[in-house]
Design a protein around this ligand. Structure first.
Ligand SMILES: *Cc1c(COP(=O)(O)O)cnc(C)c1O
Length: 417
């Protein structure tokens, strides 16, 4: 019998109020039985639904133009083609199905930009479960299309007015709901964060990504990848793409949001980046010990990134551990090179990536491009995880592009009638 991972070196754990412990224990038991031991054929049903509802497997595609530009074999793992347009459905579907097996009657989740809320609402509609999503008031106003997508899928969206009205407060509010409704409610956490067993469980639901990359590399390339590159916010698409390669001789790069600068002005209380793996210090947030953006007094600092999905002060405890071990290499890519990469991938390959994903491609340019840093550094073949498509980001990308003068960008001028 496999034991669930609750600690990753010094990271992870269960830093939660007493009221949540029964829920955490019940969930740990269900995770062991249904996910790790496939009781009642849970994992078979999960895989079947990922195939028929989600559209798995997603392709591993050679990027012809990028391979030529960088003189390296570049392959794309197309999670943007998963139902909903991002990797997030793997986890949302897994957790909602698990809630059903546990006999729960109600699903709650938090969302920042709305991507996780949307995936959860879709999974809950698919499995006929009532669903409520907590979302900061400010995020609701910034992300209207996703609010409509959630409601159209039948979910209720609960505005959170405390604090700054963003993801951090939405998570706290969802935990509060869960503590008083645990008997009939499951909380679908959106990344490899939170108290154990969430980080390990969410990783397991996403590890289908690296299982497929492994099989597809063998079948299509006749070898394993030399490197795997993925962007990291909380780190769920990252660990999903890395999980099956941790024990192999495959280089793993986690690309964080470098934002507008890596230099922090403590007076501001806000870091101009979201690089918790590269610059963070150990602390506790949302139930787990992990690397966090904090000031010199240990206060958690707000983060910044042009991509809302990477804009988080923490990161998964397992990734923090793998970075300390030297197994995962953290790198940063700023707002501007990410925007340039957004346009470059769209024009070169006909794939509009999510702004989150664009950071992973910015890393290729900064390493292998014409002004690149170190050509010999990346082992071929290189697999980049395309965590999501950019339709949700068109408006933000146009606005942010127009603020800067970027060589790669087309004109966004609107023609008068
Ligand atoms: C949410 C999101 C991310 C960041 O989340 P992780 O847990 O770090 O994977 C990255 N890419 C896309 C497309 C997303 O929607």
């Amino acid at each position: 019998m496999s034991e669930p991972d609750t600690k990753f070196g010094d990271y992870g754990g269960q830093y939660v109020p007493e009221a949540l412990m029964p829920a955490i224990e019940e969930l740990t038991d269900a995770y062991e039985r249904y996910v790790l031991e496939n009781e009642d054929g849970f994992m078979d049903e999960f895989r079947e639904r990922l195939r028929d509802f989600g559209g798995r497997p997603t392709p591993l595609q050679r990027a012809d133009q990028l391979s030529e530009r960088y003189d390296h074999e570049i392959y794309l793992k197309r999670e943007d083609l998963l139902h909903g347009g991002a990797h997030k459905l793997n986890n949302a579907l897994g957790q909602v199905l698990l809630a059903k097996y546990m006999g729960k009657e109600r699903i709650i989740a938090e969302t920042g930009a709305g991507q996780h809320g949307t995936a959860t609402a879709m999974a809950a509609a698919h499995l006929d479960m009532p669903c409520e999503i907590y979302m900061g008031r400010r995020d609701i106003n910034r992300q209207r299309p996703n609010v409509f997508r959630m409601r159209i899928n039948g979910a209720a969206v609960n505005p959170v007015d405390i604090g700054r009205g963003t993801l951090k407060e939405a998570i706290s509010e969802t935990m509060r709901d869960w503590a008083t409704t645990v008997e009939r409610t499951h909380y679908v956490i959106g990344s490899i964060v939170g108290p154990a067993p969430f980080p390990a469980m969410v990783r397991d639901f996403h590890s289908v990504i690296s299982e497929e990359i492994r099989q597809q590399s063998r079948d299509q390339l006749g070898e394993l990848p030399g490197s795997v590159v993925a962007c990291a916010g909380g780190g769920s698409n990252t660990m999903g793409a890395f999980a099956e390669f941790v024990a192999d001789d495959v280089d793993l790069y986690a690309v964080e949001a470098g934002g507008s600068s890596l230099t922090v002005d403590e007076e501001e209380g806000v870091a101009p980046h979201s690089a918790s793996l590269s610059t963070g210090e150990e602390g506790v947030l949302h139930g787990a010990r992990t690397k966090l953006l904090q000031d010199s007094h240990g206060q958690i600092m707000e983060s910044h990134s042009v991509s809302s999905g990477l804009d988080y002060s923490g990161v998964g405890p397992e990734l923090s551990h793998l970075v300390d071990e030297g197994r995962v290499t953290p790198v940063t890519v700023g707002d501007e090179p990410a925007l340039e990469a957004f346009h470059r991938l769209s024009q070169a390959e006909g794939i509009i990536p999510a702004l989150e994903t664009a950071h992973a491609f910015g890393f290729l340019e900064e390493t292998l491009g014409p002004d690149g840093a170190d050509e010999a550094a990346i082992e071929e073949p290189v697999v980049v995880n395309v965590s999501g498509r950019g339709d949700k980001d068109l408006e933000a990308a146009i606005e942010e592009t127009e603020k800067r003068s970027l060589d790669a960008a087309p004109t966004m001028e609107v023609f008068e009638e």
